[in-house]
Write a protein that binds this ligand. Structure first.
Ligand SMILES: [Fe+2]
Length: 268
């Protein structure tokens, strides 16, 4: 990957102000689905952003689990977009967003089975050929476990091994899943091969019930998640970025949280 240090997820609500922070932000992550239909003025502004920051892409609609269905039209459009702006790195979620091509607009959990490993690995290879890029995959949150025969850590490790892709390790997702499904987050991190980690995400979640956390990306990062980030960085100092998708504060305020992340990153 071409990135290093600390990054921020670029959102439309503060896209006009982001260039003011060129000195402090090491890289930006964008969601192509939000930027693929820009008008001329917006495209020019985005071009200028791409000249000033290293930019990576994080997709939402590939649906890696929908192994028999490939949205060729979307992939071709995506490739054109990534090429146009010189974006080399592209990540996606290890989940369903469509089933048999029907979009759910949600990240739904995969059954963690040998058959799904094979299907996902095959789909990754086809996608990589079309995009002419190596994919990075993210561990998602899940609120139910579907007919699985493998542990999550084993499932991810097998896909990484057989496909050769790298992992986007979402630290908040590990924390939320560990709480909801009763496993030890640090033990999960211990099982990860950090040679395979490309970069990390950190985000806020919501305490929905005594026994349920929800991955909302709608509030500041919780102290327990900052601690888990410290635990991850002590293993390897991989690039890390802040994701905020809902209830987005003004950029000036969000930058305070970014600076907190940067302080922890530089202190490890
Ligand atoms: Fe994430």
């Amino acid at each position: 990957m071409l990135i290093d240090g600390c990054g921020l997820g670029l959102r439309n609500s503060f896209i006009n102000e982001i260039e003011e922070y060129q000195e402090s932000i090491d890289f930006l992550e964008i969601v192509p689905e939000n930027l693929m239909h820009m008008n001329k003025k917006e495209a020019k502004r985005f071009e200028s952003i791409c000249e000033k920051f290293p930019v990576i892409a994080h997709g939402l609609s590939l649906s890696l689990g929908d192994v028999k269905h490939l949205d060729l039209k979307h992939l071709k459009r995506l490739r054109k977009f990534l090429d146009k702006y010189g974006i080399e790195d592209y990540s996606e979620h290890l989940s369903f967003t469509s089933i048999d091509g029907v979009q759910s607009f949600e990240l739904l959990p995969l059954p963690m089975t040998e058959a799904m490993v094979e299907g996902v690995v095959d789909k990754i290879k086809i996608v990589e050929e079309i995009l002419e890029r190596t994919l990075v995959i993210e561990n998602p949150t899940y609120y139910t476990v579907l007919a699985s025969t493998m542990e999550e850590s084993e499932f991810i490790a097998e896909i990484l091994k057989r496909s050769g892709v790298k992992l986007l390790l979402d630290i908040n997702n590990v924390f939320v899943n560990s709480f909801n499904h009763g496993f030890d987050a640090e033990a999960f991190i211990d099982e990860i091969n950090f040679e395979k980690v490309a970069y990390c995400h950190i985000a806020g979640h919501m305490d929905y019930r005594n026994d349920l956390l929800v991955d909302t990306h709608g509030m500041p990062v919780k102290e327990e998640v900052w601690n888990l980030m410290r635990y991850v960085l002590a293993k390897k100092r991989v690039p890390i970025m802040l994701e905020r998708d809902n209830n987005i504060p003004p950029l000036k305020e969000l930058m305070k949280e970014y600076e907190k992340m940067q302080g922890i990153y530089n202190g490890v």
